[in-house]
Design a protein around this ligand. Sequence first.
Ligand code: FE2
Length: 323
Amino acid sequence: MARLQLPATQPTTHPLLTHVAHQACRTTTSAAVAITRSAAAAEDHELLAAAGDVDMLGELSVPDRALLDRGGLVVARDSASALLLLGEGAIAWGTLTLLRPGMRRGRVLHETLDDLATLATEALRAAEAERRLAETLEASVGSLATLLGLRDGYTGRHSDTVVDLCEGVARRVGVTGAEMAHLHIAAHLHDLGKIGVPDQILHKPGPLNDAEWSIMREHPVWGAQALEAIPGFKEAALAVRHHHERWDGTGYPDGLAAEAIPIGARVIAVCDAYEAMTSHRPYREALPEPLARERIVAGTGSHFDPAVVWGLLDALASGSGSP
Ligand SMILES: [Fe+2]
């Protein structure tokens, strides 16, 4: 007899699915509702959304495995019984019984449950479409990152490291949800525009002169121009454009200051600088991490957002997001 396996924490899921779960819980006066999808492991069912007393759902047994395999909506009507609706337009339902002594079967509100199943079906389809779009975007990021790595191996590796650090720091300064997704893309591709920088500048084994710097400083603009043409990448393009701005307004390309700089760009600026300082380059040794931290702190309020610097120090102290 299959059981509904619940993760230790609530899943991050499509908002429409969560809405349907709450609506199902409310309209059926259920103790708990879960929207599930069958998983690869025989005894597992992926929890897509839940509402109500989620702990109670872990006690459900599923007598008809075939129903749940097709994806469905589990409605725990009260503490004694539960109903299962299929995700494909409420074509069937079954009664589930909790593994507790003295349980009784609940009554079925067919029309309400049909409506809820239809809603759940639509929500599942919307979530699936969103998942496919996210996969496409992630694959696009991977392709562009590969291209950047082929053009300049150091920049490619550097960008990969900056991603982990950026995400750890961003969480600490309150970046969540879609903003975090945009930051993920921007962190991977913040130096994409370096593809347009000539070899003799990009690979110069020493400090750049003024003329070379003026070309190198175009890379945030070129990277942003490449990304903003892709639907879904517009916010990431903004972070890429502004990742060399400075908190005091003396950065480039637009001289934005303080919170006028997108938060993603402020996070990348700090993590990019720290990661670059602690990396070995042909023309200089890597700085020891304590010295790099000191230099980042010295730039607080002039070069860097103080809150983001705190986020970096906290991430490094806890060992999470460390390069
Ligand atoms: Fe850059």
